[in-house]
Design a protein around this ligand. Structure first.
Ligand SMILES: Cc1cc2nc3c(=O)[nH]c(=O)nc-3n(C[C@H](O)[C@H](O)[C@H](O)COP(=O)(O)OP(=O)(O)OC[C@H]3O[C@@H](n4cnc5c(N)ncnc54)[C@H](O)[C@@H]3O)c2cc1C
Length: 131
């Protein structure tokens, strides 16, 4: 079940889902409540009145970048993610960023750790330049 009219995940994941005969995708659907009988899940009720008979449910909602309010927002694009160069430097002097908040297309631990190391090194080098 997906609230939008199209899957927004990486295209390779959407392609694998489309090619899987045992996965039925239900777009533009929002769950409104769960149906439970004798302590066990039996269904999901959807907005609009339809329902699905299920005995298991895995919830995965999306993530939004967490950029604190204030000046840092000026370094973010329209999607809310901070824009950085290869060293994690933002357009705001003295502000570096790394990890998910600056990587809409590469959200993984490996990417965050590597970007964090680069940004830390660049920030340290910049501090050494401060008279
Ligand atoms: C369900 C799920 C499964 C995943 N599975 C994998 C996987 O198998 N392999 C993989 O490589 N990646 C996986 N990821 C992605 C991976 O977790 C992230 O890419 C990675 O944790 C990013 O690291 P980060 O340091 O940028 O952000 P985070 O790990 O999210 O750390 C950010 C930290 O900042 C804190 N924070 C946020 N806002 C503020 C604020 N205003 N002030 C102070 N602190 C704040 C948060 O509490 C958090 O502790 C998964 C993510 C999810 C959601």
């Amino acid at each position: 079940m997906h609230r939008g009219d199209a899957l927004r995940c990486q295209p390779r994941f959407a392609a694998r889902i489309a090619a899987s005969p045992n996965i039925a995708v239900r777009l533009a659907s929002t769950a409104s409540s769960l149906r439970v009988a004798n302590g066990a899940l039996t269904g999901v009720l959807l907005q609009g009145g339809a329902s699905l008979d299920v005995d298991g449910l895995f919830v995965r909602i999306g993530v939004d970048p967490s950029v604190p309010p204030g000046d840092a927002r000026r370094a973010a694009g329209a999607d809310g993610y901070l824009r950085v160069d290869g060293d994690g430097r933002t357009a705001l002097g003295g502000l570096w960023a790394a990890g998910d908040c600056a990587a809409p297309a590469h959200q993984s631990v490996a990417w965050a750790v590597g970007a964090g190391a680069r940004a830390a090194a660049a920030a340290a080098a910049a501090l050494r330049e401060v008279p």
